[in-house]
Design a protein around this ligand. Structure first.
Ligand SMILES: O=C(O)CCC(=O)C(=O)O
Ligand SMILES: [Fe+2]
Length: 199
C-alpha cells in the first residue's frame, strides 16, 4: 500500500501501514537494537533533572545540530542500516532528510508526552517521517486549539514497518503523543527522519 492521507483539518498527515515488508522490519529492528548507542537522557523539569521514559539516539549529518527540550544534541554518524532506511524513506516522502531521532520504548511504561515537533531549527512547516518497528503502540493526535481546529482526538495503532508522515501545518495545529500502556508489550523502536536547519 502507499501513503494515504488521514484527511485531518489544518494538517497533512499521511500513513502507510506496510511501508516495509515484515521480514525487513524484523531484521532492521534487531540490527538497530544491537548497534545503536542507546542512552537514557534526562531533561530538566521545574529545575530538576528527570530521566526520559525511553532510550534515544540522534544521528545525522555533522551540520544537523539540534536542541530538544533543553538538550543540545550532537548527531552521531549515520550507520549503514540508517543510511539504507533513510534513502527508502526519502523516496517515499519526496524529501531529503539530514537527521533522524531514534526512540526505543522498552516496554509499556516507556512513553512520549504530548508535544509538537516545532523547534525553531525544524522550520515553520517541517516534514517528519516516522518509521515504527516492533511492538504495536498507540499514537495519539489532538488539536492544539479545539476552537480553531474542531476535531476529536484520534488514536492510530502504528504497526511494525509502518510509515507516518507529518508535514504542512501539522506541527502548528496538532499535538501528538505515545502514551504508556499497562498491556504487556515488547520493545518498539521508532525513527523520526527530520530536516534540521542550522540557526
Ligand atoms: O514514537 C513515536 O511514534 C513518536 C515519536 C515522536 O513523536 C518524536 O520523536 O518526536
Ligand atoms: Fe514528535
Amino acid at each position: 500500500m502507499a501513503l494515504t492521507s488521514l484527511g485531518l483539518p489544518n494538517a497533512e498527515v499521511l500513513f502507510d501501514p506496510d511501508f516495509l515488508p515484515a521480514t525487513e522490519a524484523d531484521v532492521l529492528l534487531q540490527e538497530l537494537t544491537d548497534t545503536i548507542p542507546w542512552r537514557q537522557e534526562s531533561l530538566v523539569l521545574y529545575g530538576k533533572p528527570v530521566l526520559q521514559p525511553r532510550l534515544t539516539s540522534w544521528h545525522g549529518d555533522a551540520a544537523a545540530r539540534y536542541r530538544y527540550s533543553g538538550l543540545s544534541l550532537e548527531p552521531q554518524p549515520w550507520t549503514p542500516a540508517l543510511q539504507r532506511l533513510r534513502h527508502q524513506v526519502e523516496a517515499a516522502a519526496g524529501t531529503v532528510f539530514n537527521s533522524v531521532l531514534l526512540n526505543l520504548y522498552r516496554a509499556g511504561q516507556d512513553s512520549m508526552g504530548w508535544h509538537a515537533d516545532n523547534e525553531p531549527e525544524l522550520g515553520p512547516e517541517p516534514v517528519i517521517a516516522s518509521v515504527s518497528l516492533g511492538a504495536v503502540r498507540r499514537f495519539r493526535l489532538k488539536p492544539r486549539d479545539p476552537h480553531r481546529t474542531p476535531h476529536e482526538p484520534l488514536s492510530l495503532d502504528l504497526p511494525s514497518g509502518s510509515l507516518l508522515l507529518m508535514q504542512g501545518s501539522t506541527q502548528q495545529h496538532w499535538l501528538h503523543a505515545v502514551p504508556k500502556t499497562t498491556r504487556p508489550v515488547g520493545p518498539r523502536l521508532n525513527l523520526t527522519f527530520r530536516v534540521v536547519m542550522p540557526l
